[in-house]
Design a protein around this ligand. Structure first.
Ligand SMILES: NC(=O)c1ccc[n+]([C@@H]2O[C@H](COP(=O)([O-])OP(=O)(O)OC[C@H]3O[C@@H](n4cnc5c(N)ncnc54)[C@H](OP(=O)(O)O)[C@@H]3O)[C@@H](O)[C@H]2O)c1
Length: 218
């Protein structure tokens, strides 16, 4: 079934963390933030997990580049993001994808602030089906902006076509600090998702690596 072309983007420290143990995720240098905002302006929708909305309260808009704000998509099985979250403000349309576990009152509160709530999936959000629905709504290019759990869910289901990682020249350590990809993980290295390196470039003080997962269906 047709689905949008999915670009996963993240800023990571050299030791693979996308936030510190204290939850600080401001990893990108200023030039990399400019790049991210340009990238946002080039896609139809930006997608994040509920964990990221709760941790960072991002607005997911285009502020450091020219272009329009993309649609926002929040993956939130139980509708736990607060209606006052910045990603639900009126700067662009927001879709909240929930599962059947979401309570009706919480769904109503999200609808009251203008979000479109789509129920896809029973115990968790069915990401493949959601992408199909987004495609039907005209989304052709989608930017996945994390976090760790959603990155795993998308990658392990073969739903990512391109990966762009800005590596910051810092090491923050911390066993509890979130890494680029969390989730269940693979047992053996040779089960891991094989990537093809497409580009290496410098963005300010960061190193930008672009990969394509082998077996990407787009
Ligand atoms: N440096 C960067 O580039 C960057 C970018 C983004 C985020 N971050 C960091 O990443 C951290 C957040 O990551 P996180 O792992 O806690 O949360 P997350 O990946 O943003 O959100 C995960 C949540 O999404 C919901 N979900 C619903 N259906 C799902 C499905 N099919 N698959 C996966 N998730 C599903 C789950 O909540 P329910 O069970 O309630 O549905 C799950 O707990 C924060 O510290 C943030 O700062 C860093």
């Amino acid at each position: 079934m047709p689905r949008p072309y999915v670009i996963m983007n993240a800023a990571m420290t050299l030791d693979g963390k996308i936030a510190t143990k204290g939850g600080d995720s401001r990893i990108s240098c200023s030039k990399d933030l400019d790049r991210l905002h340009k990238l946002r302006a080039s896609v139809d929708a930006v997608m994040v997990g509920a964990g990221t909305v709760l941790a960072d309260d991002p607005s997911l808009t285009v502020r450091r580049a020219k272009g329009k704000n993309p649609m926002r998509v929040i993956i939130d099985g139980t509708a736990r993001v607060p209606p006052g979250a910045k990603a639900l403000d009126n700067s662009s349309k927001t879709i909240v994808a929930v599962s059947r576990r979401a309570r009706r009152d919480k769904v109503k509160n999200l609808q009251k602030v203008g979000a479109e709530v789509i129920q896809v999936g029973r115990d968790e959000v069915n990401l493949a089906l959601l992408l199909k629905k987004l495609y039907e709504r005209g989304v052709r290019r989608l930017l996945l902006e994390g976090g760790s759990t959603l990155n795993w869910a998308m990658l392990s289901r073969g739903l990512v076509d391109e990966i762009r990682i800005a590596i910051s020249p810092r090491i923050v350590g911390g066993t509890e600090a979130k890494t680029l990809v969390g989730g269940e993980g693979f047992f053996r290295v040779n089960e891991g998702i094989k990537l093809e390196l497409l580009r290496i470039s410098r963005v300010g003080e960061d190193l930008l690596l672009t990969y394509r997962p082998r077996g990407s269906k787009c």
